[in-house]
Design a protein around this ligand. Structure first.
Ligand code: FAD
Length: 341
């Protein structure tokens, strides 16, 4: 059989990292990334890119932990390499603070991040409205640089990048042997997944270079995440809201909430507002499917629905999607050699 032709639909963090894992595990295939938008115009560009997982009720906890660990290990190595600055990947230490102690004192990811411990009374003095907190060091991707770094590596390895809106996966059946669906919230329309819904998120990006530690309110709604150049302030969480226009009232509220956690942010400059739609689902859809029409088959791998935590698990889910693509290619080779007998 000639080299298998594989198309990845989507150029957010999930599509690009999945393409990268396919390239690493199936080096003989011909790979194309098709997407109607590339960086800086994807949801992934809006994200803060912090590695703090969100619990996903429909995905088994051991898988969530495995995906997080694989992503953490991968990015930890990048953060110590000469690529760190171009990739926008760095370690960041800080605090997660709670008004009331959480039900779960040790989150499932506490032994993956570095140095997880309860905050001392001295540290808690910084947060007079909070009674309990956890200190740890995690990783952060500065999102547009990380996406551009992934794209650059893919292009250097010969992967084609094509701007194209795909109306239905089947339209790719005459050109490709395997199609990988990494369309994020776009999968709602692309494959008619009614279980997928948007959770609108608005954040601010500000200049506040003196802020070096992250601060996250335990409810996950208010957060301050310092990047290499800018600080991300969040946020909002609005289920089933498809509106991508910034809301000035919400922007003011985010700044107020963040200033009450870190009053020095009153001096922040150059405030920019960004909005994105988190692709939410009970669980990530990571599975194979065979589409067929009139005796013709198209092998599909789905990898979407990462909700509020796509950066935190992207490398783990990309590795699993690439393994499924490898299974599809093996099945194609098997049926082509049987046809020759
Ligand atoms: P996307 O980035 O949306 O990419 C989907 C791609 O598919 C795009 O390129 C799009 O153009 C393409 N596409 C869609 N439909 C079609 C079609 N029909 N034809 C062709 N192409 C198509 N996660 C974290 O882990 N940590 C954080 O700190 C964090 N902060 C966040 C803050 C905000 C405000 C938001 C909104 C999200 C945040 N997230 C965070 C979540 C994270 O952004 C998502 O989980 C992740 O970006 C999803 O990536 P994706 O590649 O699936 O989707």
């Amino acid at each position: 059989m000639a080299a298998a032709k594989v198309a990845v639909v989507g150029a957010g963090v999930i599509g690009l990292s999945t393409a990268q894992c396919i390239m690493e595990t199936c080096p003989g295939c011909s790979l194309t990334v098709l997407s109607d938008q590339f960086s800086p115009n994807t949801t992934s560009d809006v994200a803060a890119g912090m590695l703090i997982p969100h619990t996903c009720p429909g995905t088994p906890p051991h898988l969530q932990k495995q995906w997080f660990r694989e992503t953490f290990t991968y990015l930890f190595a990048i953060s110590s390499s000469a690529e760190a600055s171009e990739a926008g990947v760095h370690l960041v230490s800080g605090w997660q603070v709670f008004k009331n102690p959480p039900k779960e004192e040790l989150p499932f990811w506490s032994d993956v991040v570095l140095g997880f411990r309860p905050m001392s009374q001295a540290e808690l003095q910084k947060f007079p409205q909070h009674q309990f907190g956890q200190a740890f060091t995690t990783l952060k991707c500065d999102c547009p640089p990380y996406l551009l770094w992934l794209e650059k590596r893919l292009k250097a390895a010969g992967v084609q990048m094509q701007t194209r809106k795909v109306a239905a996966l089947w339209e790719l059946s005459s050109e490709y042997n395997v199609v990988v669906n990494c369309a994020g919230i776009g999968a709602h329309q692309l494959v008619g997944d009614e279980k997928l819904f948007p959770i609108r998120g608005q954040v601010l990006q500000v200049d506040a270079p003196w802020v070096k530690n992250f601060i996250r309110d335990g409810d996950g709604l208010t957060y301050i995440y310092p990047g290499i150049h800018r600080v991300t302030l969040g946020g909002t969480r609005e289920k089933d809201n498809w509106n991508l226009s910034p809301d000035p009232g919400a922007a003011k509220d985010i700044l107020e909430r963040c200033c009450s956690l870190e009053p020095s942010l009153r001096g922040a400059q150059e405030i920019k507002v960004k909005v994105g739609l988190r692709p939410a689902r009970q669980g990530v859809r990571l599975q194979r499917e065979v589409l067929s029409q009139g005796g013709v088959k198209l092998l599909v791998v789905h990898n979407y629905g990462h909700g509020a935590g796509g950066f935190s698990v992207h490398r783990g889910t990309a590795k699993e999607a690439a393994r499924l693509v490898g299974e599809c290619i093996a099945a194609l080779q098997d049926s082509s050699s049987r046809a020759k007998l």
